[in-house]
Design a protein around this ligand. Structure first.
Ligand code: ADP
Ligand code: MG
Length: 190
């Protein structure tokens, strides 16, 4: 049905945003105004695949991790699923590859760019308590390599940017991108 690609710096708040998106989507799918097909929301992440942060310390391990993510993505994509891919997704070519796979399966797509300053990411990385911190030098190297999503290219579009100052994600925009046309107009009869 749809693929929601999260992209953002390490420790920028991607998982937090992915959970907000999941909650909004599940609430709306359960709402009586929703008249589309029965859908479930799934989140695919490094954590759900047990990929350790250490994989990003080393190019070869990282490549293997990306392969594992892509394989899982292909397995979990489907007509009955809104799949949220919560990973760095910082390589333009990789986002392109995911986009092609999604379109081949006739999925709707959208990219959510989780934005935080490098300083905040470093700070949040230092204080995180979930054992999922990146090594400081790995974090810095990922910041340098990061290839920003762009609304000018079709594989990142529609692009929804969420700055760190926003309390919540723009749920209406995301909902529209993934399910357009499946909701009763507000004043329609029952
Ligand atoms: P990522 O998935 O990008 O690594 P997380 O969502 O796991 O990031 O967040 C990393 C850490 O930063 C967590 O400890 C989280 O509580 C904190 N954090 C994330 N976003 C914010 C925010 N907007 N304000 C304050 N702290 C945040
Ligand atoms: Mg995360």
């Amino acid at each position: 049905m749809a693929l929601v690609t999260i992209s953002g710096y390490p420790s920028s708040g991607k998982t937090r945003r992915a959970e907000q998106i999941r909650n909004h989507l599940e609430t709306r799918l359960q709402d009586s105004a929703y008249i589309g097909p029965k859908l479930k929301v799934a989140v695919l992440s490094d954590d759900s695949l047990n990929i350790d942060r250490g994989a990003y310390n080393d190019g070869r391990a990282e490549k293997l991790a990306r392969g594992a993510l892509f394989t899982a993505l292909q397995r979990q994509m489907g007509a009955d699923t809104i799949l949220i891919v919560d990973s760095l997704n910082y390589i333009k070519g990789f986002r392109y590859q995911m986009y092609c796979a999604a379109r081949e399966s006739r999925l709707r797509v959208c990219t959510v760019y989780v934005l935080a300053t490098p300083e905040l990411c470093r700070e949040w990385n230092t204080v995180r308590e979930d054992g999922r911190a990146y090594l400081p030098e790995t974090l810095d190297s990922l910041l340098l390599r990061f290839e920003e999503p762009s609304s000018m290219v079709r594989w990142d579009s529609p692009l929804i940017t969420v700055p760190w100052t926003d309390e919540d994600v723009p749920a209406d925009d995301i909902w529209k991108a993934v399910t357009e046309g499946n909701v009763k107009p507000p004043n329609a009869g029952t």
